[in-house]
Design a binder for this molecule. Sequence first.
Ligand SMILES: O=C([O-])CC(=O)C(=O)O
Ligand SMILES: [Mg+2]
Length: 613
Amino acid sequence: MISLSKSINILRLLRVGRGALMQRTMKEMRNGGDSLVDVEGKSGFGGGLEDVYGEDRVTEDQLVTPWTVSVASGYTLLRDPRHNKGLAFTEKERDAHYLRGLLPPAVLSQELQEKKIIHNLRQYKVPLHKYMAMMDLQERNERLFYKLLIDNVEELLPVVYTPTVGEACQKYGSIFRRPQGLYISLKEKGKVLEVLKNWPEKSVQVIVVTDGERILGLGDLGSQGMGIPVGKLSLYTALGGVRPSACLPITIDVGTNNEQLLKDEFYTGLRHKRATGQEYTELLDEFMCAVKQNYGEKILVQFEDFANHNAFELLSRYRSTHLVFNDDIQGTASVVLAGIIAALKLVGGTLADHTFLFLGAGEAGTGIAELVALEVSKQTKAPLEHTRKKIWLVDSKGLIVSSRRESLQHFKKPWAHDHEPVKGLLDAVKAIKPTVLIGSSGVGKTFTKEVLEAMASFNEKPLILALSNPTSQSECTAEEAYKWSKGRAIFASGSPFDTVEYDGRVFVPGQANNAYIFPGFGLGLIISGAIRVHDDMLLAASEALAAQVTQENFDKGLIYPPFSNIRKISAHIAADVAAKAYQLGLGSRLPQPKDLFKYAESCMYTPIYRSYL
Ligand SMILES: O=C([O-])CC(=O)C(=O)O
Ligand SMILES: [Mg+2]
C-alpha cells in the first residue's frame, strides 16, 4: 500500500519533465507558489530576494496540500494568472508548453499588451467599469496587471483604490465573481488555523485585515469591505514591490449593522447584527494566534478600516506581541506628518510654531495628533504633555476641552485642554486660530466657506488638509479650498482632485493618502526582519517621505512628491524604516545590509514577464 501523500508525489514526478516551466513550478511550490526567488534572482531583477524569502520555505507536508497546484502547462497555464502571458507567449514557449492552437497566431510584446489594455480602459466612462476591468485583468494575467498599474500609477490609482474602491465595496455583492482573499467568519470560530491553511500561498509576509465596520468614510459594509484589503495589497505590490504571492487579504465577518445590506439578497456576508464583546474578542484572538502559528513571528498584520473602538483596542492589545500596524491610525499619521514637515518650506516656521485644529477625533485625528506631538517633542526636547497643548480636536460634540474629560473615550482624553466649551467648527476655528486645519471625521462638506474664510483671515498661507475618503466624504473640494482662501491655501486631500484654475493661476492639489507610506513601510519591516513596529519607525517614514519633495514640487505648491516616483520613494522609506529597526534592536535579519536603499530596491518585485524556456 502506498500512502496518499506518496502516491501524490509519484504522480507529480511522473508529470514533471514535460518542460522547463514545470520544473520551475516545482521550485515555486517549494518557495510557496512563486518562482521569483529562483528565477528573478538569477535574471537580475529582484536580486536580494533569496535572502529575504529563503528562510520562510515551506515544509514537505505543506508541499503536498493542495497537490493540484503543482503542474501548469497548456490550457492550465493560460488559466493561471500568476504565469499566464496571453499573446506574449513566444513561439518557442508555445511549443515547449503545449500552447499551440490554444492562442491565435499573433505574438505581442508586454508593452503592446499594455497599450491595448489602457486604450480599452479609457473607453469606459463609468469608474466602476474600469475597476471591474482591472480586477478581471488581475485574475487573468497578474504581471500585466501590475505592469500596467506601475506604468500608469497616477491614472490607475483612483481606479483600483480610493475613490472607486469605495463604490466597489458598496456594490461588492453584485460585482462579486471570484474570491480574492480569505473570509473568516464567526462560522469558522475554533477552526481559524485550518482556514488559513486553505489559502494556497505558503510564504505570506503581509496580511491586510478588515472587519468592514468603517470602510473609508462610508461606514459599515460588513463582508463587502473585502475590496479594501484587496486594494491595499495590490498597492503593497505595485508601490512597495512586495511580491503578490506574499500578500494575503482577509475579511473578518462578525455580521453587519447595515440594515440595507442585511436586506440585500446579493449581500455576501453573515446576515445578522455584529457580534461584540467576548464573542468578537475571542475570534480576533484566535485569528491573531493562528496567524503567528501559521506564518511565524515576522508576519506583518495591517489593520484596516475597523471602527474606532476596535481599532485602538486591537492595536494596543497586539502591538507588544505581534508585528502589527494600523494604517488608519499610524499610516495616516505618518503621511500627514510628512506633508506638514514639507509644508513648513512653504508656510514658514518650525513645527513647534504651529497650532493644529482637527475636525474628527477618531483613528486618523488622534493618530496624527499624537505623531505630530511626538515629532515636536523629539525636535524641541519638550515633554509630550507640553507639545500636545498646541493641538486641538473637535468631535461631534464640539471642541474637546477639560470640562468634558470624564465623558470622553480614552483615546480623546490626552487632548482635553483647558478652554471654555465651544460648539461648532467655525467657532473653534475663531477661538483657537489654528495655522493648520485637518479634516478626519469621515463627514463631507464640513469645511464651509465661512470656515475657510476664517482660516484665511488670520493666516497668510493656511494649511488645509481634507483627509476623509472617498471624494464624496472630503471636507471640501480642492476648488473650494483655493477659491475661499483667495488662492492662498496650501491644500491636500485624502482622495485625489484634479488641478484647479483660479484667478488665472493653476493649482495642483496634493494627495495626503496613507498609500505613500504603508507599502514602503511594510517593505522596510520585511527587509529588516522587524518583529515589532515602533513609533520612531513612523517618524523615520515621515521624514523620509518629506525629504522626497523637490524644489520643483514646492514651486507648484505641492507638499507631496508625485505618485509617479512612488517606487523610488517607497525604497527610501523602506531603507529608513529598516535602519531604524536595526537601530532599535528590532531588526532580526542579519547581517544588516550596508546600503539599505540599494538593498530595498533590489528586493522589489518587478512584473516584467519571465522567459519560460
Ligand atoms: O484607503 C484610503 O484611501 C485611506 C484610508 O485608509 C481610509 O480612508 O480609511
Ligand atoms: Mg483605511
